[in-house]
Design a protein around this ligand. Structure first.
Ligand code: FES
Ligand SMILES: [Fe+2]
Length: 410
């Protein structure tokens, strides 16, 4: 799966992590590779091997100055492409440093994110075109949090629309970024959603159908784009949110959460709520991207709140409700012990698609779905439809990015 991931542009850092030229370098671990991100004196950004080519010191200790990162041990210096540009102990005319180059990956800013591509340089795909990253900055907000489990079981939570009526039932009533939408009523009234999954070029559309009034159906449609992108169906005029799950290694991932409105500026109250950890975002251990409620403190479980029903599980906040349960499955969930039911259809289909893409990649080298930026131009939707309408025929346009047109939502 690591080989598959190396075909995509992946979120690597928040732009805020490299705020200034010559700012401190940042440790980044992605796909089990330990790297250093830095921003040089000219504002160029790069991602290079964490360890100095001389005797392996971590360049996190380096001095970021005068167009490069200098190892503090013996002064070897690297530019943002990983090229060694100075070995002070060698005679200047030896050209020794030209032969030294560290592993290196590009780091490109789009929206609030610095993206990297860790695959074959000759096959670098066009940069991503996700709508949330392309709208004006005042319409969008992105955060990330460290999650202590394999990326796939976290991602599976993102395409499992059936848990919302249970785990997040308290939050539907109270969370400022969720409450008040008509759709919440349908969500809470019908606890037996019917799932209809449709193949898409980049992945899947996962439709969850619940009963509405007058024999109509309320549909929540989640796009999943290979390998790790989802968008949650919208609620009312609230900003729309979604996620990426990016492997740090087999047992840890970064959960990226974005919130945006396709046609309007986020209100001050909405932005405040996101920064304060509501909706899909979290409160942090200060100075880190680790959630304040985490494995070490039992996610601040509140049994009284559980009993009263303020929160269904006793854990506060939508993101931590998800993380706590996904991490509780163990670092890598054991699928041999599962008993899947009809509402797990999205998960089953996604596993099929991932497996098929990986097989084709290994056998024929076929570029996997989701690499082509046209696969990025999807939206989630929430609609009420007459019982005889197929959601995929009725909602083709609603499920496609239409600049200047607002999201389809109930
Ligand atoms: S280990 Fe980095 S310069 Fe010697
Ligand atoms: Fe959830």
């Amino acid at each position: 799966m690591g080989a598959l991931f190396r075909h995509y542009w992946l979120p690597a850092l928040l732009a805020e992590e490299l705020p200034d030229n010559d700012c401190p370098p940042v440790r980044v671990k992605l796909l089990s590779e330990r790297l250093i991100a830095f921003r040089d004196s000219d504002g160029r950004t790069g991602l290079i091997d964490e360890f100095c080519a001389h005797r392996g010191v971590s360049l996190w200790f380096g001095r970021n100055e005068e167009g490069g990162l200098r190892c503090p041990y013996h002064g070897w210096k690297y530019d943002i492409t990983g090229q060694c540009i100075e070995v002070p102990s060698e005679p200047p005319d030896s050209r020794f440093c030209q032969k030294i180059k560290l592993a290196n990956y590009p780091l490109v800013r789009i929206g609030d994110i610095l993206w990297t591509y860790m695959g074959d340089k000759a096959k670098t795909p066009p940069t991503p075109e996700w709508e949330f990253a392309l709208v004006p900055p005042e319409q969008s907000y992105t955060s990330k949090r460290w999650q202590e489990c394999n990326w796939l079981q976290a991602m599976e939570g993102g395409i499992d629309s059936s848990h919302v009526s249970w785990l997040h039932s308290g939050a539907l009533k109270s969370d400022p970024l969720f409450r008040g939408a008509k759709g919440n009523v349908y969500n809470q009234r019908d606890l037996m959603p019917f799932f209809e999954v449709t193949d898409a070029d980049g992945g899947l559309f996962i439709g969850a159908r619940r009963n509405a009034e007058g024999g109509q159906y309320y549909w929540r449609i989640t796009p999943w784009v290979m390998p790790n992108f989802t968008m949650v169906p919208p609620r009312g005029d609230h900003p729309v949110h979604g996620h990426f799950w990016v492997p740090i290694d087999d047992e840890n991932c970064w959960t990226w959460s974005f919130d945006y409105h396709p046609v309007r500026t986020l209100t001050g109250a909405e932005r405040r709520a996101m920064i304060d950890g509501y909706g899909v975002h979290v409160k942090y251990v200060p100075g880190t991207y680790r959630p304040l409620a985490n494995k070490d403190n039992d996610y601040l479980m509140d049994r009284d709140a559980q009993k009263r029903g303020d929160t269904y599980s006793g854990v506060e906040g939508i993101a931590i409700q998800d993380a706590s349960l996904q991490e509780s499955m163990g670092p890598i969930a054991d699928r041999t012990k599962e008993n899947l039911v009809a509402t797990d259809n999205g998960i089953i289909m996604a596993r099929h698609r991932l497996r098929r893409a990986l097989q084709r990649l290994q056998e024929t080298g076929e570029t996997p779905p989701g690499v082509d930026p046209k696969h990025h131009r999807v939206r989630s939707a929430a609609v009420v439809l007459p019982a005889d309408k197929s959601y995929i025929d009725a909602c083709r346009e609603d499920l496609t990015v239409r600049p200047g047109v607002k999201q389809t939502s109930v």
